[in-house]
Every structure is written in structure tokens, then in C-alpha cells.
Design a protein. Structure first.
Lengths: 460, 91
């Protein structure tokens, strides 16, 4: 039995055992934890009391999620960035450019044609085309053209395309109706009630945006597209998350709600917008999540999807083909200036009328963005769900176990989701209301059960 | 929609989703599942853009010249007229 990826996480008076590569999640008490730890280390015959749990480790053993290699024949998705321009002026957003380029119809057409050829050559019958920005819908003609062209061309080879849009919802109801009828998934960013949305996500001219966005949210909600609400959480709106969840549940019917903690940016610092304290974020997240669960609406935080193991949660490392307005290809939808600031070059090719041109050396460099190469994450129980977060903006060039706020939030919410999976809602509530217990868990430098001697729980 | 004196007939409603466009003619109790290029044209017509833009976009989507695109649009409109989906007004 490979014991290296069996994790033990203190949750109040209990210990959460989690082995994602063995499909095992369990709660044991501290006495059992102490008694069984030695057996795990010495690989001795385990006692009868531990037999059920230990045999499950033996029975189900998956490999680590693998990195991509070889030719680029199975891209995760085709991403189109019609423009970096936006009609909003979010107070924490660094996506600003004085003269943003707009993708030409030819670039969109070439990219779609080359992508569909790649799918057809490799006998794939399903594809994904995602639109990122800026705000894609400030060039609606380009988006409408790309969707119609892709659907028409894909139909010739009976390929089914899933269209996804990340949008701010600031446009006419006619356009929102068109989106709701032609996109499979619409991810709408809205940061809460009018007092927050209008203050932190105003229109370019400073006017309030809530009413328009909310009206369009109702259109998406009433349609049969998969509608996802994404709210950015910071210090000012964190405490309102439960009321916001209640309002969503009473007024809209999204397929899912995503609450993401704000990442510090130059703009957020300039405008004195501060991240929520991790414990505040997590407690309000969990309360909001329980409220929405009662409406049948799941809540996610992108680094805590415990339903699957992966080595990269973002398109980077998964051969996504994201096309910039100018036609260069990368797997990252962040701004090129941001890569450069981090001393990275994530572009690995370009598109023209002859098709994709890949620099395979650079493709392989991008495939290296994987949790396997992050020593910082190697002892964390969240490693196969969080994968170290954004490869670009989350600094993992640190000593393992030196967690920052983002890690702490991920660790706590992952543990809360695992407790939900085990129907341990009473334990979850008790643990989340005890700040000392939270700190002990959040600060545990290695979660590997094999490192049990150094775990905080050994001292309890 | 009003393009080259064609306009939608009354008593029509349509369902436009990711699988295509279904047009229902209530008066004649009939429904039509539009083909792929017909669906493209229908969706372009209902977003209210001018006829030049419709020809330009339709031709680009189905990868033909604008002359060919215009011919194809006229033939689709003529087919729709026979099926009572559009009517042609002679000035």
C-alpha cells in the first residue's frame, strides 16, 4: 500500500482521514488516530479495529493525475478572447488597456476551423469553445459570428460544440436573450446587492450596473442554458454573503454559484479594497453554501472541487488553446503583461489561414505547470483539487507548509466539503465556530498521515 | 424583419435553441425544423441588422462569396414564402 498520499487533518476533536487516490474519506477519533498511526508507518498487520479502513486503502488505488505529453492532439478547449476591452470599471481589476485590440473575423474563423480539424482528425465528437475577455460581448458581432460559424462547420462532421461565456452581463436584454438561446453555459460575474455591485463593479462612466446585470441574470435564469453566478468576495461584502445567497435562492435559479475570494491587485490596492480575513470568508462561505443547498443550488470555490483529482485546475497545463485578439496561442487567459511581470512567457504558437502553428518546446514548458512540480503543495491534503491555485498569480515558490490566506481558505473549505460528504454537519458547525480548532488545522505544515509525529494533533 | 420586401407572416412563433430553430405556424397548424443555413439566416433576421450586414455575415459563416450568399438567402426566402413563413410585398 502506498501510504504517502493518505492525509490526516485535525477537525476539532476528530481527525479527518482523506486519501483522494484511494477514494477514501473517513472520520476517526484521536484515540484511533494515535493507535493506528504506527501501523501505517511500519506497514505491519493492522489491528482488527482498523481493518475496514485500511483494507479500503488497499482496494482502491488510482494513479496520480498525469501530465500531458506528446503531440498536441486533444486540447482541453478552444478559448477566444475577442477583446481585452471592457464596459465596466471594476475597482479591483487590473485588466486595463488604453487601446485594446479586437479580434478580426478572420482570426476567429481560422482558429475555429483549425480547432474543428484537430477534433475531426482525432475522431473527437465533442468540443468546447469558451469566450473570455475583457468583456466579450462588447463585440457582439464577432461572438455571434464565431458561434454561428462554429456550429455550422461542426455540424458537417457531426461534432457537438459546447459554448461557454464568462461575462459581466452589462448589455441589452436582446443580447442577453440571444446568449441564453445560443450558449450552453453562461458564467455571470456579480458581486452582490446593488450597494456592492454598483460601488465595486460600476459601468465605465461610473454609473450603477446592478439593475441591468440583474435583469439579464433573470433572462439567463429563466432559460435552459447552464447559468453560473460568480461573486468575488472581499472585506466589505463578506459578511453579506449569507443574505446574498438567500436573495439568489429566492430570485434566481442558477445551476451553480461560485464564491471566489478577491486576489490582491494593483487596482485593489490603489482603491483600498482589501481581501476578507480567511476565517470570515470561510464562515460566511459555509453559511451561504448551506442556505443555497436548501434551494438545491450547489456552491463552489474553484480550488475546492473534491469531486475529481487533477494536476492543474486551470487551462494552463492542460493544452487549452486560448487565442488572443491578435492571434497568438497560449493556455492562460491572463494578460500578457501579467506573465511578463512574473517573468514568464506562456505563448506557444499562433494561428493564421494555414492553421495552428505550435512551438512544441514551449507547449511542453506549459505542461510543466502542474502540482507535481510544486514542492510547496506536496504535503497538503488539497493538492489534487487546488493544484496550487493560479500558476501565475499564486506564489508557491515557498517552503512547504508556509500557507498564505488563499491556502488557508482552500484548506478549510475543502475540509468543510469533505465533512458534508460524510454527513458530518454537526461536526462541521462545531469546528467552524471554534477559531482555535480552525487555526490548528489551517496551520498543520504536513497533512501526510506518515508525518503524524509532527502533527499538532499529537500534542492535543 | 423586412428584407427585400419580405417580412415574417403573422401567427408564427419560433423556438431558437442550441439544436436549431423550430418555427411553428399556428394558423396552418404546422411546424418546421429549419436546416443549418436556414437557422443561421433566421437568427440573423431576428437580431434586426440591416440587409447588407446580413449578407456579409451569412456569407462569412457559410464561407461563400457575398454574391453567392445573397443568392442563397433569396432561395431560402423563396422556400419560406412557399411554406407561408414569410410574405413578399410587391411595391
Amino acid at each position: 500500500m502506498n501510504s504517502a498520499d493518505i492525509f490526516a487533518v485535525p477537525v476539532g476533536q476528530k481527525v479527518l482521514i482523506y486519501a483522494p487516490l484511494h477514494d477514501v474519506t473517513a472520520i476517526i477519533n484521536r484515540i484511533a488516530w494515535k493507535k493506528w498511526s504506527g501501523y501505517l508507518e511500519d506497514n505491519k498487520q493492522c489491528p482488527e479495529s482498523a481493518l475496514e479502513l485500511f483494507s479500503r486503502f488497499e482496494q482502491s488505488q488510482k494513479g496520480e493525475p498525469s501530465c500531458r505529453s506528446g503531440n498536441l492532439t486533444d486540447p482541453l478547449l478552444l478559448g477566444l478572447i475577442p477583446t481585452r476591452a471592457c464596459n465596466m470599471s471594476c475597482r479591483y481589476c487590473d485588466f486595463t488597456s488604453s487601446n485594446p485590440a479586437i479580434m478580426s473575423f478572420d482570426t476567429a474563423k481560422n482558429a475555429i476551423r483549425a480547432y474543428l480539424e484537430l477534433l475531426h482528425q482525432n475522431d473527437k465528437k465533442k468540443g468546447e469553445i469558451h469566450f473570455f475577455g475583457g468583456e466579450p460581448m462588447i463585440v457582439p458581432e464577432l461572438v455571434q459570428f464565431a458561434v454561428e460559424y462554429a456550429r455550422y462547420e461542426a455540424g458537417k462532421n457531426k461534432i457537438e460544440i459546447h459554448f461557454e461565456l464568462i461575462t459581466n452581463g452589462l448589455y441589452s436584454t436582446t443580447l442577453a436573450q440571444w446568449l441564453s438561446q445560443n450558449f450552453d453555459t453562461v458564467i455571470l460575474s456579480v458581486d452582490g446587492f446593488g450597494e456592492f455591485q454598483n460601488r465595486f463593479r460600476p459601468m465605465k462612466n461610473g454609473s450603477p450596473s446592478f439593475e441591468t446585470v440583474c435583469n439579464n441574470a433573470r433572462i439567463f435564469s429563466d432559460s435552459d442554458c447552464e447559468f453560473v453566478i460568480r461573486s468575488c468576495v472581499f472585506q466589505d461584502n463578506a459578511a453579506h454573503l449569507p443574505q446574498w445567497a438567500e436573495w439568489i435562492g429566492n430570485n434566481l435559479l442558477p445551476s451553480m454559484v461560485c464564491f471566489e475570494p478577491m486576489t490582491k491587485s494593483q487596482e485593489s490596492q490603489k482603491n483600498e479594497i482589501f481581501p476578507a480575513k480567511p476565517v470570515d470568508f470561510v464562515q460566511n462561505f459555509c453559511t451561504a453554501s448551506d442556505i443555497l443547498k436548501n434551494f438545491g443550488i450547489p456552491v463552489i470555490f474553484s480550488t475546492t472541487d473534491i469531486t475529481k483529482n487533477t494536476n492543474s485546475i486551470c487551462p494552463l497545463g492542460q493544452d487549452a488553446l486560448i487565442i488572443s485578439p491578435e492571434g497568438s496561442i497560449s493556455s492562460c487567459y491572463q494578460l500578457e503583461t501579467e506573465w511578463k511581470r512574473q517573468k514568464m512567457d506562456l505563448s506557444f504558437g499562433w494561428i493564421d489561414s494555414e492553421g495552428f502553428h505550435f512551438d512544441m518546446e514551449k507547449v511542453n514548458q506549459c505542461r510543466e505547470f502542474s502540482v507535481h512540480n510544486k514542492r510547496f503543495c506536496e504535503n497538503c491534503f488539497c493538492k489534487y483539487h487546488c493544484t496550487g491555485g493560479c500558476h501565475l498569480s499564486h506564489n508557491t515558490d515557498k517552503v512547504s507548509g508556509l500557507y498564505d490566506d488563499f491556502c488557508i481558505e482552500t484548506r478549510m473549505i475543502s475540509a468543510a466539503f469533505l465533512l458534508d460528504e460524510l454527513n458530518q454537519s454537526a461536526l462541521k458547525e462545531e469546528w467552524l465556530s471554534d477559531e482555535d480548532s480552525i487555526r490548528i488545522m489551517a496551520a498543520q505544515s504536513s497533512d501526510r498521515w506518515l508525518d503524524y509525529r509532527s502533527m499538532a494533533i499529537a500534542e492535543l | 424583419m423586412n428584407i427585400w420586401n419580405y417580412s415574417f407572416t403573422n401567427n408564427l412563433y419560433w423556438v431558437n435553441d442550441r439544436n436549431g430553430v423550430v418555427v411553428v405556424d399556428e394558423q396552418h397548424q404546422q411546424s418546421y425544423l429549419l436546416g443549418s443555413s436556414e437557422s443561421i439566416l433566421w437568427r440573423l433576421l431576428i437580431i434586426h441588422i440591416d440587409s447588407d450586414a446580413i449578407i456579409r455575415r451569412f456569407s462569412a459563416i457559410i464561407s461563400v462569396s457575398e454574391d453567392e450568399g445573397k443568392g442563397k438567402i433569396l432561395s431560402i426566402l423563396s422556400k419560406w414564402e412557399k411554406n407561408n413563413l414569410v410574405e413578399h410585398r410587391n411595391d
